[in-house]
Design a protein around this ligand. Structure first.
Ligand code: CU
Length: 112
């Protein structure tokens, strides 16, 4: 039993170490909408790759909609919550808008 526990622990540590290595390669972005009529992304230009994007949707009258090559993700207008999206960003131009107020709440994320 003790041997089994040791092996299980060793395997777990190995998995965690591997996971840590791969997650270190994952890049992160943060987007927000609200509480006022604002929408933001934490970077204007990024490199292509796999990203974990945390979206803070802070308003019940706004959403956060990200559109670009291979990506079309949006939050709920009514919901006020945090979303975590894993997306692959390719070279190109991504636009993010609040759909109900797309003429004034908008931005661009360039992937170069
Ligand atoms: Cu809005």
């Amino acid at each position: 039993m003790r041997l089994f526990v040791s092996i299980a622990a060793a395997v777990t540590v190995g998995v965690l170490a591997f996971g840590g290595t791969s997650s270190a390669a994952v890049k992160r972005l943060t987007g927000t909408d609200g509480p006022g009529f604002t929408i933001t992304m934490s970077a204007k230009t990024v490199k292509p790759g796999r990203y974990v994007i945390t979206i803070h949707d802070r308003s019940a009258i706004h959403d956060f909609h990200l559109i670009g090559p291979g990506v079309n993700r949006k939050t709920s207008v009514a919901a006020v919550r945090t979303y975590v999206w894993t997306v692959t960003l390719k070279r190109g131009t991504y636009r993010f808008v609040c759909d109900p107020h797309a003429t004034i709440m908008k931005g661009v994320l360039r992937v170069t």
